[in-house]
Design a binder for this molecule. Structure first.
Ligand code: TRP
Length: 364
């Protein structure tokens, strides 16, 4: 889940994770086969530009480097903070179309859903015994999410919201994922996963550690703001969906917030909305935000928006064409990709759960 984080100086934990991530990038480039990535998304809607530039493109990059990638469509996470999960089959299909269109290759990457992999979910039970309620209640991301959900007038924090970081430990550890590309807001969860792995080993596999403690990969990525100037997210309704048409894309940037200064300059702290447009435009036209600002200069926000629209429309053209092609191929193709992913995830999860039961003395 992504919470809305305010920009500013990174905390020491985030700074440390970034440093470690830079090291990891070298290690991964040298030995991609030594890593298995597990990450994913909550299927709350079709993916948007923030997903692509924040995480999805990075996963495709890792896949193309030769790292084995597991992508979880975390359907049980949808109900952590809402009663109505919406039309899940339709949403899951949209997310899959976005993955595939963005370059996720089902021959190399495994896409699966929580609910189709019972053994993964069963790992939650022993894992829950390894953490205290106080540890769960301290998790800053869960706290922020609980507050956000209370602010929307919902009754108290659900047990599933409080424990979903442990569920994520199961998501990661069932397949022995050792590299987790995440945003900074997910770092506290990764700490819980590391704690679960460590305590499991101490308690049940002291002689020969069974779970490796995974690393977070916090790759420099773009935090994309929505048209209201706040971090792009489905739930705020400020997102540009990847599947949007060219007209919708143009309309989206037309209504994007700017500021009162005429001349375009790249000043991320003082002019976040303009900086956001410059970063998006620069990303898709292969230039830097500074250079793009110089190019537009006195022509102002209208000109900037026109350039950004053009760059995004051009940049997303292949993805959108592929998406349309996949969508019109009928429901079978995407359903088959998911069925194969689920089968593979089940095979691995069954093996891990069997190992875990053996180590815990529960194989009868
Ligand atoms: N909570 C993550 C998000 O919304 C999705 C997710 C579920 C995940 N399980 C995970 C991410 C395991 C990393 C590892 O973005």
């Amino acid at each position: 889940m992504s919470v809305i984080t305010s920009p500013g100086a990174p905390t020491p934990a985030v700074a440390a994770a970034r440093e470690r991530s830079a090291e990891l990038e070298h290690l991964v480039a040298r030995n991609p086969a030594g890593y298995r990535v597990l990450t994913g998304d909550r299927p709350t809607g079709a993916l948007h530009l923030g997903h692509l530039l924040g995480t999805v493109a990075n996963r495709v990059r890792l896949q193309n480097l030769g790292v084995e990638v597991f992508l979880i469509v975390a359907d049980y996470q949808v109900i952590t903070d809402r009663d109505d999960a919406g039309d899940l089959p339709a949403t899951v299909r949209e997310v899959l179309l976005d993955y595939l269109a963005a370059g996720v290759d089902p021959a190399r990457s495994t896409v699966f859903t929580h609910s189709a992999v019972p053994a993964l979910n069963q790992l939650l039970l022993p894992f829950l015994s390894l953490v205290s309620v106080a540890e769960l209640e301290r998790n800053p991301t869960v706290k922020a999410e609980a507050e956000a959900s209370a602010a929307q007038g919902r009754r108290g924090t659900s047990g599933l919201l409080l424990t979903y970081p442990v569920h994520q430990a199961a998501d990661i550890l069932f397949c022995h994922g050792n590299l987790v590309p995440v945003g900074a807001d997910q770092l506290p969860h990764l700490e819980i996963t590391r704690t679960v792995a460590r305590r499991f080993n101490q308690r049940y596999a002291a002689a020969r550690p069974y779970f490796a403690e995974p690393d977070a990969l916090v790759t420099p990525s773009l935090t994309v703001l929505g048209d209201d100037g706040v971090k792009m997210s489905k739930s705020r309704g400020n997102a540009l969906e990847l599947r949007a048409s060219e007209d919708q894309t143009a309309a989206y940037f037309k209504r994007a917030r700017t500021d009162a200064d005429r001349t375009i300059t790249y000043e991320p702290e003082r002019r976040p909305e303009i900086a956001n447009l410059l970063r998006i435009g620069a990303h898709f036209s292969g230039t830097s935000p500074e250079a793009l600002a110089d190019e537009v200069g006195p022509a102002g926000a209208g000109r900037l928006k026109a350039l950004v629209t053009e760059a995004v429309v051009e940049g997303l053209r292949p993805l959108r064409a592929r998406r349309r092609e996949l969508a019109s191929a009928g429901p079978r193709y995407v359903a088959d990709v998911l069925a194969r992913g689920n089968a593979r995830a089940n095979e691995i999860a069954d093996r891990t759960l069997d190992d875990v039961r053996g180590l815990m003395g529960m194989r009868y």
